[in-house]
Write a protein of this length. Sequence first.
Length: 110
Amino acid sequence: MSGERRTMEQTPNVEGRPVVPTVNWDDSQMRTSYANVVNASSTREEVSIFFGTNMTWSLNDKREFNVKLNERMVLSPFAAKRLSILLQAILKEYETRFGKLEVAGVPSDM
């Protein structure tokens, strides 16, 4: 097979199974933020996710509230899709252990 290129996932190990790379997580510069509000937007090239905190204790007469945005994560559409799959799996596991989460204004089958 001269000239053929294989990625690590395609290269079989001794047992004939694909080799899965090991990920070493470096959390030396990680920081933690709290968010109770999330929003997102997208273009063809990227997906932006905005995280913030609702700073309003009670609604005013105009029915407005303030959200302090503190983080924006910009992802490729492929990374956003992987994040969506990961979050769906985590929430399914959560609901299995602790019960169904109901979100106001969202159909229960979502």
